[in-house]
Design a protein around this ligand. Structure first.
Ligand code: ACO
Length: 331
């Protein structure tokens, strides 16, 4: 059998920044309110002409470079996103842009859990021996779909992309698989807490034949319910994934949660009894970048020399669906 190992990471964020101060010119809010409730200070926004394909390709190329392979070596590209440039899929455009000529590419949608879901999905193709080199990208341009007049949501989100390269290793030795455990979950009964939904209107084409045509509604969210959900469910899946990995919480070197909100990060870490110095947080600078946030935080910590080879990383995503999931892996 084959094991998986993560050999590279990369990130790409827009250079244009919108501060809390800037936001207070658009909606009735303040830096004090936003920073104290969320930890967010600024977020990066994709500018006109900057596509998800652009950001995701840049993140992917950086991960491929760190892995020391060539784009033509990639067998599979999975793009986790909820904000595709093209609803038919954006992964193929990335495949073309980076010159991953032999890769098959597809999108995967699981909102802010997307990166963890992609990590787990990619690993299955390697473990069953089908593919050797997989590029996993999480990317979102939520600024496209935020209601910029709704102060309860527009303060939270930012744009960006992050990526990792996952490769096969021979696993005759049982412990060379670096994805040590995972647990992914969905609960559609809570779907109404967080939506970016299609909204159409009836349009009669000919007598007796009506279809529904329109566009998507900006993001709606029940913030308190999402908070409650995350703080309860995320520790559960991390504990389950650690159990599967045959590890205890104190063996975790780094906790990288989906960067939604500093209060959620603090509460989850506290419930798990993981000390603050092991919690990676960069949301002050980027806000909630949805499917990108975990990979961007991972890449920053790796390039800063915080995360070192052999470190045990517990990661978890949570968000719309509702979906949530954890993965434990060794860097
Ligand atoms: N500035 C100033 N005042 C505000 C703002 C703002 N930006 N937003 C809301 N308020 C006001 C409200 O209008 C309300 O005033 P009112 O009582 O007079 O009506 C008051 O502040 C409290 O509003 P709440 O919504 O109750 O604020 P809460 O304390 O719950 O904080 C927050 C809101 C920060 C969004 C919190 O609920 C939270 O962090 N939830 C988690 C959300 C999250 O992380 N979502 C992303 C999930 S991941 C994904 O898939 C996208």
């Amino acid at each position: 059998g084959k094991g998986v190992v993560i050999t590279g990471s990369g990130a790409a964020t827009p250079t244009v920044s919108l501060t809390n101060q800037d936001l207070s010119q658009i909606v009735d809010t303040s830096d004090e309110w936003i920073a104290s409730r969320t930890g967010i200070r600024e977020r990066r926004l994709a500018v006109p002409g900057q596509s998800l394909c652009d950001l995701a390709s840049m993140a992917g190329e950086r991960a491929i470079a760190m892995a020391g392979i060539a784009p033509e070596d990639i067998d599979l590209i999975i793009l986790a996103t909820s904000t595709a440039d093209d609803l038919f899929g954006t992964a193929s455009q990335i495949q073309a842009k980076i010159g991953a000529t032999k890769a098959v590419a597809f999108d995967l949608t699981a909102a802010c859990s997307g990166f963890v879901f992609a990590l787990v999905t990619g690993a299955q193709f390697i473990r069953n021996g089908v593919y050797r080199n997989v590029l996993l990208i999480g990317g979102d341009i939520l600024s496209r779909w935020v209601d910029w007049s709704d102060r309860r949501t527009c303060i939270l989100f930012g744009d960006g992309a992050g990526a990792v390269v996952m490769q096969a290793v021979e696993s005759d030795i049982a412990d060379c698989d670096r994805l040590l455990g995972f647990e992914i979950r969905s609960d559609g009964t809570l779907n109404h807490y967080l939506n970016l939904s299609y909204k159409g209107e009836a349009k009669e084409l000919v007598a007796g034949v009506s279809i529904n045509q329109g566009t998507f509604q900006p993001i709606t969210m029940n913030g308190q319910e999402v908070y409650r959900f995350a703080v309860k469910r995320v520790p559960e899946v991390i504990e389950k994934a650690l159990y599967r990995a045959n590890l205890t919480v104190d063996q975790v070197d780094w906790l990288i949660l989906h960067q939604a909100n500093q209060r959620i990060l603090d509460a989850v870490a506290q419930r798990l009894k993981i000390p603050p110095e092991k919690v990676i947080s960069n949301l002050a600078n980027y806000g909630n970048t949805s499917a990108a946030s975990i990979a961007i935080a991972l890449d920053e910590a790796v390039r800063a020399g915080k995360i070192k080879p052999g470190d045990i990383i517990a990661t978890a995503g949570f968000g719309a669906g509702l979906t949530w999931g954890a993965a434990i892996f060794q860097w």
